[in-house]
Design a protein around this ligand. Structure first.
Ligand code: KG4
Ligand code: ZN
Length: 391
């Protein structure tokens, strides 16, 4: 089965073409084409992602990314004629996506229908205006080539990315526990089987990635803050710099599996208030912050493992690219829970990408909608893997 996947939930415009041989979850996967454009340089100027700006950039970049993914897959340009009724339908679907129809119309005249069985597209969670661009693009391609569409949950994609070796999914043992940490999410998800999720803990305010980004801003570091904080923190560790501030460990001893990171950010704000910080002091604060976050994540995850009896632990989402968090999880769980299988995503698949959307699309392929039915797919910024289970 060949899957074309599209991801536009935040500030990465990504399109992949993946071939799955065999059934989920034992299929062999081949990444035929994988194109990704990060809008980070555009958003850095504004210090964060503005949905309207991101939406415009996705509309500009989707066709070039599709062409790139097709070219990598060995699919070449060929003159093609498109039925004008279909073009009228596509025009309606892309009515709100500035400039995208004109680009797609050109593209349609240059490519024959490729051998693709299903189109997977992120339908949530994320920024609704940007999700819509990807969804409408998927619908337009579905009409153009008569291919079904499967809507995908972005967080489910992160989970699958973490257990993906590049050609196979790990043979996951259930119950599994996923700690998902990204720019918009911090949640503990327990699963007794594929596609079954129970949310057993979550942040009550800021997500971990959001806290990294906000603390970076307080320190005068550019967006996105995660990688910046991470490199400063490792400098501080290497130089053994003294602690600058004793930061709190929010909710460390609460009896539930919830998190809170806004207090930590406020503590950093007080620590840096009106001070002209040296580079060493900034590095120290970055390290103090990373230490505090990691300690809370470890402790809550351990509690969740003890509660659920999980046999595998999956760390996923953009913040799982963080070296210190990865090493701390590896060090702690390998030593204290040697029976537990721990899965960390390949750093290249930690942050948003479309390979993970293709994997989720393969898992959900039987739920694909015909091109006409796909017109009912809508963006859901708050799409959840499961309703919260009260713990
Ligand atoms: O999953 P992701 O790419 O997008 C969302 O779905 O939100 O996650 C992005 C988040 C951002 O907040 C970014 O600062 C954070 O992941 N991030 C990191 C690192 N790389 C990205 N946080 C800490 N350390 C990193 N190395
Ligand atoms: Zn993400």
């Amino acid at each position: 089965m060949k899957i074309l996947s599209i991801e536009t939930s935040c500030d990465e415009t990504a399109v992949s073409l993946i071939e799955a041989t065999g059934d989920f979850p034992t299929a062999e996967y081949k990444i035929l084409g994988n194109a990704l454009f990060s809008q980070i340089d555009i958003h850095r100027e504004y210090g964060g992602v503005f949905p309207a700006v991101a939406k415009r950039e996705h509309a500009k970049t989707l066709v070039p990314m599709l062409e790139k993914a097709l070219a990598e897959s060995g699919i070449e340009k060929q003159n093609s004629t498109v039925n004008s009724t279909i073009l009228q339908d596509i025009k309606l679907v892309l009515e709100r996506e500035e400039g995208l129809f004109a680009q797609l119309q050109n593209f349609a005249g240059e490519y024959e229908r490729p051998d693709i069985d299903v189109i997977a597209v992120t339908s949530g969670p994320g920024l609704e205006p940007t999700l819509w661009v990807g969804i409408n693009f998927a619908k337009a391609l579905a009409l153009l080539w008569n291919i079904p569409v499967v809507p995908v949950n972005h967080m489910e994609g992160h989970i699958l990315a973490s257990i993906f070796s590049g050609s196979h999914l790990a043979k996951l043992e259930f119950p599994s526990l996923s700690l998902l940490i990204s720019g918009g999410h911090t949640e503990l998800i327990s699963s007794n089987d594929w596609q079954h999720y129970e949310k057993i803990g979550q942040t009550r305010d800021d997500a971990v990635g959001e806290a990294f980004d906000k603390v970076a801003r307080l320190l005068g570091l550019p967006y996105p803050g995660g990688p910046e904080i991470s490199s400063r923190a490792s400098e501080a560790r290497a130089a053994n710099l003294p602690a600058f501030s004793k930061l709190p460990r929010p909710m460390l001893d609460s009896k539930d599996l919830d998190f809170s990171f806004s207090g930590l950010k406020t503590a950093v704000r007080y620590a840096v208030a009106d001070k002209d910080l040296s580079e060493d002091e900034k590095a120290s604060i970055a390290r103090d912050f990373e230490d505090a976050v990691t300690e809370v994540l470890l402790k809550k995850t351990e509690a969740a493992i003890n509660t659920t009896g999980a046999r595998s632990l999956i760390l996923g989402g953009g913040v799982s690219a963080n070296t210190y968090i990865r090493n701390s999880f590896l060090g702690f769980f390998t030593k204290e829970y040697p029976e537990l299988s721990l899965y960390l995503p390949d750093p290249k698949l930690s942050t948003d990408n479309s390979v993970m959307i293709a994997l989720a699309g393969h898992m959900r392929a039987s739920a694909a909608l015909s091109p006409q039915e796909s017109l009912s797919i809508s963006a859901d910024g708050n799409l959840s893997l499961s309703e919260r289970i009260i713990s």
